[in-house]
Design a protein. Structure first.
Length: 412
């Protein structure tokens, strides 16, 4: 009988070696953050990207109701087809708002690439290295940085293993350090940082204008119904209930997005982020980033947006090698490549490495005892010669013993 082939389960170290020898992966496929990628890494979202679907729903559905039930009445009420223009402006404005939403949510907000290993201590931090309970050295939690002549503290990020640049913060939701971090917005499902803040503000302010646009023409529609039919407001609402619903909806929404727009106008004029405003309260102390309201607006809206520091579609080799899992802030050398002892080709290399370590230890012991260390190849040759001599002596002794026993048997 032929036994069924048995497929052995690969060990983790074997799997790592096979994966390392296999085809390389892209950066977005081995990304350490919590982001979601689409279209082969061309679009990057936050982990709560599903909330953006709700935002799209809250924008599109009211606009559909406005186009179908309100704009149709306005087409008949306004001469020279101006009603079509009102409907077209509303549709184009909605598409523009959705474009800003996607542009805010689907781009890199300014993620700083994390390090694979803790940074080497420089001259400033070398003297500040402190030992932890295990006796290993740890980097200081903060260090000084100069911004416009004012000293600010920058913190060490244990997750990304880097000192964050000024105005950078680590988002606990996306698990990334983001440049000029403002906040994580659940409505767009993405962090708001240096590379998408401008589009976020344009999205919020444009949504406010869209709400006011729909609110205004719903009120105009009710007024036209009242004038045409010479009826009360209540009867006009009964004739066009969707106008009343949209008036109530856009009134509430305009207060929300309008208040957000006003708040961010204040932040832009004073060159603050939402995070800084709630954490540092620059109103009570000097803001090192404030250059005057005009320069602050120029910086936000007319400065060049920096390119992304991450190439998500770049290939990565040795992607199975994990990032260092040292205690926070511990300084260490890069990890050695792990070798699987079960692999025949690797076993010999490991044995040689162990032999070299033993030889080096023997050499160091001889040096410490005042002996002259011999070269490694002489040690190997002498060990081999001694082993051969011992084996030959054993064979000769065994032969002599056999001959002795045979002689005794012959005499008897």
């Amino acid at each position: 009988m032929c036994a069924a082939p048995h497929t052995a389960k690969l060990s983790e170290s074997k799997r790592n070696i096979i994966e390392a020898d296999g085809s390389a992966k892209f950066v977005y496929q081995v990304w350490k953050g919590n982001n979601r990628f689409l279209l082969g890494g061309r679009l990057i979202f936050g982990p709560d990207v599903k909330s953006m679907v709700l935002t799209v729903f809250l924008i599109v559905i009211p606009m559909i109701l406005f186009t179908v039930f309100v704009s149709q009445r306005l087409i008949n009420e306004f001469p020279h087809h101006r009603g079509y223009l009102i409907m077209a402006i509303g549709v184009v404005f909605t598409i523009y708002v959705l474009f800003l939403l996607v542009f805010t949510s689907a781009r890199d907000p300014g993620i700083i690439p994390r390090n694979a290993h803790p940074p080497e201590p420089d001259n400033d931090t070398e003297s500040e290295l402190v030992g932890n309970q295990r006796g290993s050295l740890s980097l200081p939690p903060t260090k000084d940085a100069l911004v416009n002549g004012i000293t600010v503290k920058v913190k060490y990020c244990h997750t990304c293993m880097l000192y964050r640049p000024p105005r950078c913060s680590h988002c606990s939701i996306c698990n990334n350090c983001v440049e000029r971090f403002d906040h994580h917005c659940p409505w767009v499902g993405q962090c708001i940082g240096k590379r998408n803040y401008r589009f976020f503000f344009m999205f919020v302010s444009s949504t406010t204008l869209l709400c006011l646009y729909v609110f205004t023409f719903c009120c105009v529609n009710l007024k036209k119904i009242m004038d045409t039919n010479e009826c009360s407001l209540w009867r006009a609402i009964l004739r066009s209930p969707f106008s009343a619903i949209l008036i109530l909806y856009t009134f509430v929404a305009a207060w929300f997005v309008g208040g957000l727009t006003a708040f961010h106008l204040y932040l832009i004029s004073t060159n603050q982020t939402t995070y800084e405003n709630f954490r540092y309260r620059y109103d009570k102390k000097t803001n090192p980033y404030n250059q005057g309201w005009m320069r602050n607006f120029m910086e936000t809206f007319f400065s060049e947006i920096p390119s992304s520091k991450n190439d998500f579609r770049a290939t990565v080799k040795n992607h199975s090698t994990p990032f260092s899992s040292l205690p926070p802030g511990q300084v260490s050398s890069p990890p050695k490549t792990s070798v699987d002892l079960e692999m025949g080709g690797k076993r010999h290399a490991v044995a040689e490495e162990e032999l070299e370590d033993i030889q080096s230890e023997i050499g160091s012991m001889r040096v410490s005892e005042g002996c002259d260390p011999q070269p490694s190849h002489l040690i190997i040759t002498e060990s081999k010669t001694n082993r051969e001599q011992a084996t030959l002596d054993d064979i000769q002794a065994l032969t002599a013993e056999i001959n002795t026993e045979n002689g005794k048997m012959t005499e008897s």
